[in-house]
Design a binder for this molecule. Structure first.
Ligand code: SF4
Length: 313
């Protein structure tokens, strides 16, 4: 069976999207551009989001002490040794908030990455309250020449949750940023965390109706991971009842129910995150790799004769 997104996988996968768009697998090369975050430097807040630990996601080749070009060179070499199959590379501005700088600074950083001969496009991870019309116009101009995606951390559609995790912006802010980015023709992605304190599985399933209203092109879901030495670790230790205690099967069931309600045109980039165990406050499900988890998720959809969007309202 071929689904509306053009292949026989029961969800609109990122790899399928890349195969259709670029002719094969694309590898993201992470970059640390030495930018910070308004929720850390006092502009919006201090201390950051309670779950945040950026170094848990930063690869070893990625250092703000190195130029963008050098990080890309070393990143490509790192990935070549690990996975030989990449068709091309995307510069991934990943650490902190990558639109939190004057537009001229951003233009220079992004320009250096896009000028690299092996870079086919760029993904910019950021907070929704750090974009404005000048920055978005600049990204839209770049998007007319190369693949450009902006990936917003939204985390939750629930303002109470966003306040509880010290996010420093509300859902309306995220919605505005997504709408203003997508309306300029820039690929727009979002990141959500499943399992934030106080959110029940039913709330997370119901939240999908709100996500479907956003003009998103792609989405990432992550299970909540509690990192050592974060405010969330302290809260989790003192108030374990606020946090979900899902088995891997529970989590996969939840992802199935969410994806069944998700618009079929939204590309599902991932359903879980992976961080080195040394950063984690506890071992969640043992050492399950993302690919294994995704394979089990896909199998579960097939067993239920279900697919992305089959319950979308
Ligand atoms: S916005 Fe991002 S970088 Fe800033 S504190 Fe929150 S998670 Fe960390």
């Amino acid at each position: 069976m071929t689904y509306p997104w053009g292949d026989d996988r029961p969800f609109n996968s990122y790899s399928g999207y890349f195969a259709r768009t670029f002719g094969g697998r694309m590898q993201k090369v992470a970059i640390n551009a030495a930018l910070t975050c308004p929720n850390r430097d006092g502009t919006v807040g201090h201390g950051g989001c309670t779950f945040c630990r950026n170094d848990a996601f930063t690869p070893s080749y990625c250092s703000p002490a190195k130029s963008i070009t050098r990080q890309i060179d070393e990143g490509i070499e790192f990935h070549r040794r690990r996975y030989a199959r990449a068709e091309g590379y995307l510069a991934y501005f990943q650490s902190f908030s990558n639109t939190y700088a004057p537009v001229e600074t951003l233009e220079a950083l992004f320009g250096e990455a896009l000028a690299h001969p092996q870079i086919a496009g760029m993904v910019v991870g950021t907070r929704p309250d750090t974009v404005d019309s000048r920055k978005l116009d600049m990204l839209a101009a770049l998007a007319r020449k190369k693949y450009i995606a902006v990936e917003y951390g939204i985390e939750s559609c629930n303002d109470m949750t966003l306040m509880a995790i010290n996010r420093g912006h509300d859902f309306a802010c995220a919605r505005r940023a997504v709408e203003q980015t997508a309306s300029r023709g820039v690929h727009t992605g979002a990141h959500f965390i499943l399992g934030l304190p106080g959110e029940t599985p039913q709330q997370l399933i119901d939240q999908t109706d709100t996500i479907n209203i956003l003009p998103l092109h792609s989405i990432k879901f992550h299970q909540l991971q509690i990192f050592r030495d974060t405010p969330m670790e302290r809260d989790w230790t003192e108030h374990p009842e606020r946090y979900p205690h899902w088995t891997l099967d529970d989590y996969l069931d939840l992802c199935v129910e969410i994806v069944r309600r998700l618009r079929s045109d939204i590309i599902v980039e991932r359903i879980a995150g992976e961080a080195p165990p040394r950063f984690l406050a506890h071992s969640q499900w043992g050492l399950v790799r993302n690919e294994q988890l995704l394979a089990r998720f896909e199998q579960r959809l097939r067993e239920r004769h279900a697919f992305q969007g089959d319950l979308c309202r």
